[in-house]
Ligand binder design. Structure first.
Ligand SMILES: *[C@@H]1O[C@H](CO)[C@@H](O)[C@H](O)[C@H]1NC(C)=O
Ligand SMILES: *[C@@H]1O[C@H](CO)[C@@H](O)[C@H](O)[C@H]1NC(C)=O
Ligand SMILES: *[C@@H]1O[C@H](CO)[C@@H](O)[C@H](O)[C@H]1NC(C)=O
Ligand SMILES: *[C@@H]1O[C@H](CO)[C@@H](O)[C@H](O)[C@H]1NC(C)=O
Ligand SMILES: *[C@@H]1O[C@H](CO)[C@@H](O)[C@H](O)[C@H]1NC(C)=O
Ligand SMILES: *[C@@H]1O[C@H](CO)[C@@H](O)[C@H](O)[C@H]1NC(C)=O
Ligand SMILES: *[C@@H]1O[C@H](CO)[C@@H](O)[C@H](O)[C@H]1NC(C)=O
Ligand SMILES: *[C@@H]1O[C@H](CO)[C@@H](O)[C@H](O)[C@H]1NC(C)=O
Ligand SMILES: *[C@@H]1O[C@H](CO)[C@@H](O)[C@H](O)[C@H]1NC(C)=O
Ligand SMILES: CC(=O)N[C@H]1CO[C@H](CO)[C@@H](O)[C@@H]1O
Length: 278
């Protein structure tokens, strides 16, 4: 019974320490945001593609031409690339109205395909619209496009993304090109005060049909730019969370250590009292 209290305290301390380790590991992941390298598992080009061997017979002319075999290019995945942050902005009359920094991955996870298409900035063109209440940026690449529409909601004094859509035509496996498209509207994503920028390490927007948009290393803003630069950043909840977890874990650990020390001192005192009484 004498040791009961100290044993209990030690047990609590041990579990606290292990959970501390766990959460610090979690924090390390959260802070570093090792963007899961979307290695698009390119299966061996083994899929027996219906080879288009339609040998066009040349008309029977006197000059017997060699048989020309018409081959259409087989769609195949591009070599895997890493998530790279792109910078996209849209301006009107020299005034920028949307500025976006992010790595964009279109992740497809269906029974037929698992893979991520990564948008490479240097293969894109940007278009859009600048307005007072709504502005749109459209990032176009040869395989498709990605659109974000920002709303300047004066009622609630917030700027947010209210609409997202994408189109993609891509062969995640050789010879199996597919069309994907989707939109998600009536959203209130990435909400900030007007004039502020939004910043987040990683966001995922589900687009339906097993397709998600992985938006990482985000920083963006629409409306109310000063000198065509980002305003004060508002960090997303997911990134703030880590701080709070660290503080709470720290406080709990300190309390537990104090309890353990007190318990130890009490048990020592009791023990020495016991010896004296003998
Ligand atoms: C494709 O792979 C399957 C299983 O790995 C194998 O059975 C088949 O023979 C392969 N086909 C070709 C054309 O290599
Ligand atoms: C296409 O070519 C394959 C082998 O190259 C042959 O086995 C098949 O009969 C051909 N199909 C037609 C329609 O010519
Ligand atoms: C073209 O030549 C092939 C054999 O080379 C023959 O079978 C066919 O009847 C010819 N067609 C015409 C329109 O002459
Ligand atoms: C974005 O805007 C900044 C500042 O206006 C400009 O320096 C930069 O070249 C622009 N980038 C693109 C990709 O338009
Ligand atoms: C695919 O989606 C399932 C749930 O539908 C999930 O468990 C799995 O982890 C996803 N796979 C990838 C590669 O994202
Ligand atoms: C993709 O992942 C999901 C869940 O992880 C799995 O059910 C599905 O079979 C996978 N598809 C392919 C083509 O690997
Ligand atoms: C595009 O950027 C990637 C890296 O982000 C680079 O490897 C590639 O060479 C660039 N391509 C062109 C055409 O600039
Ligand atoms: C502004 O936000 C309010 C509350 O979320 C919403 O009811 C209203 O429709 C929004 N206005 C616009 C123009 O989206
Ligand atoms: C739109 O996005 C929200 C939030 O990410 C998600 O809960 C919802 O399922 C999405 N809608 C569709 C149609 O994918
Ligand atoms: C442990 C780990 O993955 N560390 C990485 C954290 O992120 C930086 C750059 O973002 C990398 O250089 C480290 O390797």
């Amino acid at each position: 019974m004498k040791y009961g209290l100290s044993l209990l305290a030690l047990c609590i301390a041990a579990t606290a320490l292990t959970s501390g380790e766990y959460s610090s590991a979690y924090m390390a992941v959260g802070l570093n945001t090792t963007t899961h390298n979307p290695k698009t598992t390119t299966h061996n080009p083994n899929t027996t593609t219906p080879s288009p061997n339609t040998t066009t017979h040349s008309p029977n002319t006197t000059t017997s031409r060699p048989k020309t075999t018409v081959t259409t290019p087989i769609p195949s995945p591009t070599p895997p690339t890493n998530m790279a942050v792109g910078r996209y902005n849209f301006s009107k009359d020299g005034k920028v109205c949307i500025m976006v920094e992010m790595a964009i991955g279109i992740r497809v996870n269906t029974s037929k395909v698992n893979g991520t298409f990564i948008v490479q900035q240097n293969k894109t063109t940007v278009s859009g619209e600048c307005g007072d209440k709504a502005s749109t940026i459209r990032i176009v690449f040869s395989e498709g496009q990605f659109t974000l529409k920002f709303r300047n909601n004066e009622t609630i004094k917030k700027v947010y993304v209210e609409y997202v859509d994408y189109d993609l035509t891509y062969a995640f496996k050789t010879g199996e090109s597919n069309d994907y498209s989707g939109k998600n509207d009536s959203l209130e994503l990435f909400s900030v005060e007007p004039g502020h920028s939004y910043s987040c390490q990683a966001e995922t927007v589900y687009m339906g049909d097993g397709v998600s948009l992985d938006l990482t290393h985000n920083k963006f803003q629409a409306f109310d730019f000063k000198n065509n630069e980002f305003g004060p950043p508002e960090v997303c909840k997911a990134d703030q969370h880590d701080y709070r977890v660290a503080i709470v874990v720290g406080i709990i650990l300190i309390i537990l250590i104090v309890i353990v020390v007190i318990a130890y001192l009490i048990s020592r005192k009791r023990r020495s009292d016991g010896y004296q009484s003998l």
